[in-house]
Design a protein around this ligand. Sequence first.
Ligand code: NOJ
Length: 565
Amino acid sequence: MTQHLAAPTAPASGTRTDWWRDAVIYQVYPRSFADGNGDGMGDLAGIRARLPYLRDLGVDAVWLSPFYSSPQADAGYDVADYRAIDPMFGDLHDADALLRDAHALGLRVIVDLVPNHSSDQHDWFQRALREGPGSPLRERYHFRPGKGADGELPPNDWESIFGGPAWTRVEDGEWYLHLFAPEQPDFNWEHPAVRDEFRSILRFWLDMGVDGFRVDVAHGLVKAEGLPDLGTHDQLKLLGNDAMPFFDQDGVHEIYRSWRAVLAEYAGNDLGPAGSGGRGQGSGARILVAEAWTPTVERAAAYVRPDEMHQAFNFHYLGTYWDAAELRAVIDESLAAMRPVGAPATWVLSNHDVTRHATRFANPPGLGTQLCTPGDRELGLRRARAATLLMLALPGSAYVYQGEELGLPDVTDLPDEVRQDPSFVRASGQDGFRDGCRVPIPWTVDGPSHGFGAGGSWLPQPAGWGELSVQAQTGDPDSTLELYRRALHVRRTQPGLGAGDSLEWLDAPEGVLAFRREGFVCTANTTGAPVRMPAPGRVLLANTAVEIVDGTTELPADTTAWWAV
Ligand code: NOJ
């Protein structure tokens, strides 16, 4: 029989300055979470109204993807004004109200900071364009003359991550660098004005009361001196595996040390009914999280040295398939890399840039993290639920992407004409795009946009979305939503979960992971068949029913079980 422990709901992190070490952080993608004004686009009012749902789910903090003033060439990762909210999401009063409500409910709020590039509509860039070659404003970006007799060739051979050249020529003949879309010109981080501006932006949001920042493209700010050619046109294949002249340069670390010093000036926020922005617990409670795609976990660990950031996303874990040997290797590597720098390991399975893990695991291994085939949905969901329980049992902090608690798959059949991801338009021929994981989430069985809002939804929701809604799953003990709720509540009360920086592997049959933490054992069967093994203790939670007969269990296929020992 599957057994579930009743778990108290007291916040685990409310009074701690190091709450982030074992926090479960829920990513809200504002466009697609909840629409408060019925215009088909998610907004801050919608998020605010759903905060009690997140409190009840049992997460510690919320990370909000960008809501700043933006032309939305890359869904808000193209910021025109870092101190303003885009009207489609609300205004600064809404942000203030959201922060206060979240804190009063015991939830921390991390915002996205986009320092590698601005929007081409940013005032600095527009002035740089107007003022022409030689303008001091051009030095805040990477403007260069072209190569060739008439400067008709780009200054170097770098390619945009979204496909095509990383340079665009402007009317006066100069070129500017954009590692992403042409609407996202890269800042020149050698320029003191850029450094000053971002320290000031940090203070603006810290004064507003945010609990930290997820730093976009944290590995990209500094470029190799002289912007040297890469010497290959197969650049996208090298990304994430090889050293690149525009990523993970040693110079980025000085920037994060200066940011850490800014954060250290701020005390943490009070949480709970008396939540009050800006005051409260001692310094060290506001955090920096690196979105840094590095060739190795060791390189990622450099971003979380004691005087730099607090956490870095573990994309090596996200990229690992549902396979015991591969998972064990990446877990060991991650813990070993983080331990010497004293940072918590982090774990993540889904986000707004990759195919949801319920769909990745529905497909065969080796296809990467951007797929466009639905695969075997039932298999994918079973594995996804097991993978989540494994992730939540590991020592460190875990990230949950909105909708994964509903077991949502990627929407793989969006018509081309509704897609908005710039990489779809620019990288034609490339498989898999990011709109499929960004479809607005279903809250109710029926109704316009399944309770997302009173109107439609900016990306169409597929048939069957209502059956996956919060309403449909609430109270159903077998639902994925109730599994997440129970798991998060057990995690708050079971000392062996989340905390610490190590685990003890136990002998287990092939294809099964088994490890012990204080008072607790986790077993994960990644194979497609049941595996007979001694029952390590009493079942706390499992994603499928686990039978125990005479001290022995047949751990079902694709099942993770948590055991009290
Ligand atoms: C990483 C973000 O997660 C992604 O959505 C965005 O397109 C790029 N950075 C560029 O900002």
